[in-house]
Design a protein around this ligand. Sequence first.
Ligand code: ZN
Ligand code: ZN
Length: 368
Amino acid sequence: MLDLLIKEARLIDGTKLEIGVRDQKIVAVEEKITEDAKQTIVLDPDVFLSAGWIDDHVHCFEKMNLYYDYPDQIGVEKGVTSVIDAGTTGAENIHEFYELAQQAKTNVYALVNISKWGIVEQDELADLSKVKEALVRKVLQSLPDFIVGIKARMSKTVIGDNGITPLEMAKKIQADNQHLPLMVHVGSAPPELEEILSVMEKGDVLTHCFNGKVNGILDQETDKIKSFVWDAYNKGVIFDIGHGTDSFNFHVAQKALQEGLQARSISTDIYIRNRMNGPVYDMATTLEKLFVVGYSWAEIINKITEAPAQNFGLRNKGKVQVGYDADFTLFKIEEKEKELTDSNGYTRMTNQQITPVKTIIGGIVYDN
Ligand code: ZN
Ligand code: ZN
């Protein structure tokens, strides 16, 4: 007996299949499943199914004051089955976040900020005595299933006079701890993007990749991708959207795509203010912005399922395959016009909208 049977499921490539779920896992993916189930859902012909959407850059520890939100309000309620909080907390307060996060329906993971209290103040890396490698190591050992990587914010307002040093410290922590994933936030200089990228290695994640700042990937005079950015891209640095209040620009995203440089993962950098007031709102709106600059829906879905699962070592997530977790997002893509706004106030019209209709987490079905 299955716990859940999903009939008439259609993937983004048009494949039709049926999916059987037991004990929170996918146990069958076949053309036709005849086994009985406690619950059966039959999808409408205009609904697509994908592995559950993963947002690898959010801020969802509600006890913080600067950047905070509630996991289920940015997760299950928005078609997102798993979120990775990107360094809101550090070694001193991540346990408290963990305890709260366990109550969410949404799967919550975290990157631990190398600064011990995370983003309590905006300049968490201005005082390097807050970077305590031994403390970071301790929480990595005590919360191995929750903490999936480390985070360093490398921009002017965060680092004070410390230049590239905080990133070098992050790289050392990474090297001393099984080379776990490292996400680096970029923004205004210092440090210069060139210096940051020269320290980053294959598999490291550059978030806010399509920001519209002078210290971004696009040379504002020639309107071309800077050559050192290509070097980083070609050596395997992962470009991640991290839209945020301040960090997604349509023109930069479109130029990059036209030159052949793609973001590997799409994330929102959502927190309560950019969710309520824009320009982020939710994952679906962020996806529409990537569609409007030229990504296909198939590419987009990969960048919120398989790609982030791989980048952050979420072993049982990101695929509709036997043995994987029973997390799915059911959604519609409709021909409907909508005005979209980037972080710099520029607008584009999309003629297609994507809307989650059901979110399934561990085999439990939630309506959107
Ligand atoms: Zn950031
Ligand atoms: Zn962020």
